[in-house]
Ligand binder design. Sequence first.
Ligand SMILES: Cc1cc2nc3c(=O)[nH]c(=O)nc-3n(C[C@H](O)[C@H](O)[C@H](O)COP(=O)(O)OP(=O)(O)OC[C@H]3O[C@@H](n4cnc5c(N)ncnc54)[C@H](O)[C@@H]3O)c2cc1C
Length: 318
Amino acid sequence: MRRPRIIVLGAGVSGLTTAVTMSMAGCDVVIYAAEGPAQTTSALAAAIWHPFYQAPDLVYLERARHTYTTMRRLSADAASGVRMRSLTEYFRRDAGVPWWAECANGLERLAPANVPSRFASAYRMDVPVADAGTYLRYLMTLFLDLGGQYVRRRVGDPASLLDDADRVVNCCGYGSRPFGDSELSLSRAVVLRATCDDAVRGCFIDDSDPASPTYVVERDDDIVLGGTADLDLTSTVIDERQVEDIIRRCTGLCEGVAALRVVEARLGFRPMRHVPRVACDAGHPRLLHNYGHGGGGFTLSWGCANDVLRLTGIASGK
Ligand SMILES: Cc1cc2nc3c(=O)[nH]c(=O)nc-3n(C[C@H](O)[C@H](O)[C@H](O)COP(=O)(O)OP(=O)(O)OC[C@H]3O[C@@H](n4cnc5c(N)ncnc54)[C@H](O)[C@@H]3O)c2cc1C
């Protein structure tokens, strides 16, 4: 029987997880991407599993749960760049156990004596964290080992490829905007990279202000300090005051940050939508979309890729 032929557009975390998922389902997959994994927004991410500023949502929860399970499994392979790490999250309002925390292993509420007085509560749990560059390379290698093909190519109109494939899946992130999605916008993110240091062990988050998400993420090769979320700001100049503010906020979460040596400030743009577009195209049912994941591209990745597979009907033989 002929294997279904799939074209996936994009080689960020969405494109790579989709391509691996479709390959594992027995499809013949080719990735077309304007830029390789190292040049994507995905490569800039702190890449911690976390529902950054997300209201309770059942679809989100299932996708995040699927991703957690898959990344946890991948963490057993040292080459994946994924590790399970301890995350301490602080809350300014005590609303009980976070709605998404049921996905995570090792959940515990911190005793009040261990919670700084400006916070109302804190929870600790284990979550997957990826060294983004290593993880994207690992996914690409996995995809090629499964028989996939990767071609560097910018595409002007995804529907124009439908004659060459059974399905086309658009995973172009913010690159989808020229395809006609006016709902897609940008959120500018500044993060700092510091060298690893015993003063910081684990990850720390205060996500109570959507305009200033604050996080400290320990990885194998660096520690990421974040962040900012400036909607529709497209300037590529990093303001020194924002850098100082990130360090100040992160030190408030974890005192050890004061001892870190910051080596780089990085700028990226999250692809924002009211909800991610994971759906068949209304005008072209064989064209599917998987983009617009905002600050949760890693957190949602395997769950969304699985939804794309389901939407194609390929796994069920439709
Ligand atoms: C600083 C920062 C920190 C973040 N931290 C986290 C985090 O800790 N956890 C988390 O879950 N998320 C995080 N995010 C969000 C996450 O990075 C994004 O949601 C995710 O990277 C989006 O991935 P993507 O594959 O959809 O898009 P991208 O990574 O942007 O990849 C798009 C791909 O499409 C290709 N493309 C674009 N246009 C075309 C075209 N016309 N033809 C062919 N190819 C095209 C590009 O070349 C690229 O290969 C962070 C984001 C930033 C900026």
